[in-house]
Design a protein around this ligand. Structure first.
Ligand code: ZN
Length: 434
């Protein structure tokens, strides 16, 4: 029975392999995945081979039509409906060896349609990006508020079509970064004077340039990008924190490109600078170095704070901030750090990173570090700065009555807030100002 089966199967395979060049490897759509995000909907068709496709749009009603050629006869697709605000339905019809896929849209969208080669865990794909042109809402100018919140943009690495690195048990990096990011946001939002904004709020893909754009649109004081590391061997472990370096960009980009494509999508404009001639590169870097100086210094300070806290709850891969030219770090006006919370490629650490208790500890340590940094160096117009100003370190020649006058408070209030039994104060003493 089994022998016969295998013989028949063997014959079929042989027959197919002879016929294959004649048939020209008919393609098949295996599945459709829809990834909605606030300003873009991505639809991914999983295929058995590289697609031969054409597309065009129609209006009244708005539609995107994709024609796929060389499709295996008899192929069909399930109808997809009601997935997103932008797509009403996705339907298909076949004719001989071609398939027509129609996306019924709720409004016009400037679609881009492109093929992607296989990248584990996915095979050949045809990707449709449908931007939804609702402008990102910006925070009203800080000037109309007396003391503003410090805005932390939190970027959960990867998402949607891009799983990030994959652990030995098959766990995706994108599914570690999001819960940590969400918990960090929650802690920040509970802190008066601080406000979190999530760069991506759910499981969808965002291009790296869009990530920094969103942070900029929200006038973020800091961008924290959360990732998990991976290596080709299972040994490396521990967390690390990355900051932007332009001086070392050439070698860093080279090194990153040589590695697997785990962070390839994060390489942005800096790689473009390097493509230029040596002279232009020198100029571009000098200009960028000047404008980035403040952001980079801040990022470096924050990175050190984060390492100090992470070291209490996790093994550290590197005890110093690491310099890289990862695209998400390159926003010139926003201090940016990239936190690798551990190695997903290390079996023990993958297990740890999956555990909600560990994710909570990581989020808590990030929060503690960020809070401490901004308490020590608050932006001038922030509530943190205002609160900090309500402390006074006594200098020579100052008296309680002088300070009461300067801060426009009563001596009694000064006395009671600082639990003073007399009016004598000493130089160097820190007084709270009510
Ligand atoms: Zn990553």
């Amino acid at each position: 029975m089994h022998n016969n089966y295998y013989t028949i199967k063997g014959c079929l395979l042989l027959l197919l392999s002879i016929l294959a060049p004649l048939v020209h490897a008919a393609n098949q759509v295996q599945s459709i995945r829809v990834w909605p995000s606030p300003d873009n909907t991505r639809v991914v068709f999983d295929l058995t081979a590289s697609p031969e496709h054409k597309y065009f749009t129609l209006d009244k009603p708005d539609r995107l039509v994709i024609d796929l050629n060389n499709i295996k006869a008899g192929s069909s697709l399930p109808v997809v409906s009601g997935e997103t605000g932008l797509i009403k339905t996705i339907r298909s019809s076949t004719d001989n060896n071609s398939m027509r896929i129609v996306l019924d849209l709720t409004k016009a969208s400037k679609a881009s349609v492109f093929a992607l080669p296989p990248t584990p865990p996915y095979g050949h794909r045809l990707v449709v990006d449908l931007p939804d042109n609702q402008p990102q809402q910006n925070i009203p100018p800080a000037a109309i508020r007396t003391a503003r919140d410090i805005v932390i943009a939190i970027d959960a690495g990867h998402g949607g079509e891009d799983p990030g690195s994959i652990g030995p048990s098959g766990f995706y990096e994108k599914n570690i970064t999001l819960p940590i990011a969400l918990q960090l946001a929650q802690l920040i939002n509970r802190q008066p004077g601080m406000k979190a904004m999530m760069v991506r709020t759910n499981d969808y893909y965002l291009h790296v340039n869009r990530r920094t754009e969103i942070a900029r649109g929200q006038q973020a004081d800091l961008l924290v990008s959360i990732h998990a590391d991976a290596f080709t061997s299972p040994q490396p472990r521990g967390a690390s924190v990355w900051v932007l370096s332009l001086r070392r960009a050439t070698t860093e980009v080279g090194r990153m490109l040589e590695q697997t494509e785990r962070h390839s999508e994060l390489l942005g404009g800096v790689a473009e600078i390097i493509k230029d001639s040596a002279n232009e590169r020198y100029l571009a870097q000098t200009v960028l170095d000047l404008s980035m100086n403040h952001s980079m210094v801040t990022a470096y300070q924050v990175a050190n704070e984060v390492l100090a806290e992470l070291g209490k709850v996790a093994h550290l891969h590197k005890k110093e901030p690491q310099a890289a030219s990862l695209g998400v770090l390159k926003a010139p006006d926003i201090p940016s750090i990239l936190v690798e919370v551990g190695f997903i490629s290390n079996p023990a650490e993958e297990k740890q990173l999956k555990a909600p208790t560990h994710q909570t500890r990581l989020a808590q340590s990030l929060f503690t570090a960020l809070k401490r940094h901004f308490e020590q160096s608050p932006p001038a117009d922030s509530l943190f700065a205002q609160q900090r100003a309500r402390e006074h370190r006594v200098s020579a020649g100052e008296s309680l009555s002088l300070l009461a006058q300067r801060y426009n408070v009563s001596i009694d209030d000064l006395r009671s807030v600082n639990q003073l039994s007399s009016d004598s104060i000493r130089v160097g003493q820190t007084l709270r100002i009510p």
